[in-house]
Design a protein. Sequence first.
Length: 129
Amino acid sequence: MNDRELTLFDKAIIFSIPFTLILSVILFFVTKNNNAEIKSLVIGATVSIVLNYGNYKLTFKIQRENVTKLKLFVPLSYVIRFVILGAIIFVACFFADYNVIYIIFGVLEYPVFLIIMGLLESRGGAKND
């Protein structure tokens, strides 16, 4: 095992994945086996985690290699992420197999956990100092 400390992004993933799975099981029983909500939630959460965590890792990799490339990469990465998210939501609007509200909820799940973990970490850090 690696001895590195978990970052805020790692902690948010650790909490958001089980939350998504538990919420999917609850939706399975509440919606009487309607898979559109479950698929939509899982797709939204997965895309959000992959895009945000990938952006985090790539940003730090580029920052270590060449700081001047970072000025071009950051705005470009936001555009690419929003285009991908927009395309997924656009496709979900036209297919009955997906529910747009649950995709949006899944997409927002990881950033909400990231904010909560950041607030808890900053609050805990203020107590220790």
